[in-house]
Write a protein that binds this ligand. Structure first.
Ligand SMILES: Nc1ncnc2c1ncn2[C@@H]1O[C@H](COP(=O)(O)OS(=O)(=O)O)[C@@H](OP(=O)(O)O)[C@H]1O
Ligand SMILES: Nc1ncnc2c1ncn2[C@@H]1O[C@H](COP(=O)(O)OP(=O)(O)O)[C@@H](O)[C@H]1O
Length: 223
């Protein structure tokens, strides 16, 4: 018997069917692909491209999208710092369960704080947390503004908007960083900065394929 958090006298119950059995069934390894970046950076778009491409290869994935989870499990949370941390903590725990189920779990959250992302990484076995930083400058995200939220934030109608009057801490070390660079012409071009390899890429599906190659090379797409 042990005490965990506010729960007392609880005992872990094991099942003879384990993660390895589920992975065998699915012919893949459970892991978490953690997408982080500003609102409008392209997290949801890349998450969908990833999921679509994995699906076409017969691999099971599931997306935990910040906006969507805030419609249900996390509907009680605001955008105050403590609530953002709790949002990340809960989604990190859910992602861990998906990975334990053998699923490739893709999270799409701003997740602005380094310590919260690190805490989620620490929940998983080494290598199973793949952090992907969608490093798109604020000006680009703001110009896209697909939901009109930056406009509202600039007008003071939304307080504490990430990048405007709330912080975003870029990852210190992540598996992938997809970044924009500023050309002499003034146009933004998408550049990829990888720990593994460097190459130019332009579209969300290009970025998805690079992450999928990493999964393949690291044995996540077989049991
Ligand atoms: N104050 C504030 N700051 C940032 N974002 C805001 C805010 N209010 C609402 N939204 C919308 O909520 C989406 C971000 O939710 P997340 O759960 O990913 O945020 S966080 O990780 O807890 O910081 C985010 O969605 P994305 O654009 O998909 O990132 C916004 O649409
Ligand atoms: N690589 C890209 N190049 C150009 N536009 C993009 C790219 N990725 C996403 N977008 C566009 O940017 C907007 C924000 O993308 P979205 O995936 O919703 O971002 P986030 O989930 O980070 O808020 C959308 O209109 C989307 O079509």
């Amino acid at each position: 018997m042990s005490n965990v958090g506010n729960s007392t006298n609880i005992l872990w119950h094991d099942c003879p069917i384990q993660k390895q059995d589920r992975q065998q069934l699915l012919q893949q390894k459970g892991c978490v692909i953690w997408l982080t970046g500003l609102s409008g950076s392209g997290k949801s778009t890349i998450a969908c491209a990833l999921s679509r491409s994995l699906h076409s290869r017969g691999k099971l994935s599931y997306i935990l999208d910040g906006d969507n989870i805030r419609h249900g499990l996390n509907h009680d949370l605001s955008f105050r710092a403590e609530d953002r941390s709790e949002n990340i903590r809960r989604i990190g725990e859910v992602a861990k369960l998906f990975a334990d189920a053998g699923v490739i779990c893709i999270t799409s959250l701003i997740s602005p704080y380094q310590k919260d992302r690190d805490a989620c990484r620490a929940l998983l076995p080494k290598g199973d947390f793949i952090e992907v930083f969608i490093d798109v400058p604020l000006q680009v995200c703001e110009a896209r503004d697909p939901k009109g939220l930056y406009k509202l934030a600039r007008a003071g109608k939304i307080k504490g908007f990430t990048g405007i009057d709330d912080p975003y801490e870029p990852p210190c070390s992540c598996e992938f960083r997809f970044s924009y660079s500023f050309q002499k012409t003034g146009a933004f071009i998408l550049q990829i900065v990888l720990q593994q390899k460097g190459s130019g890429c332009k579209s969300p599906s290009d970025m998805a394929e690079i992450v999928i190659s990493y999964l393949e090379e690291n044995g996540y797409l077989r049991a």
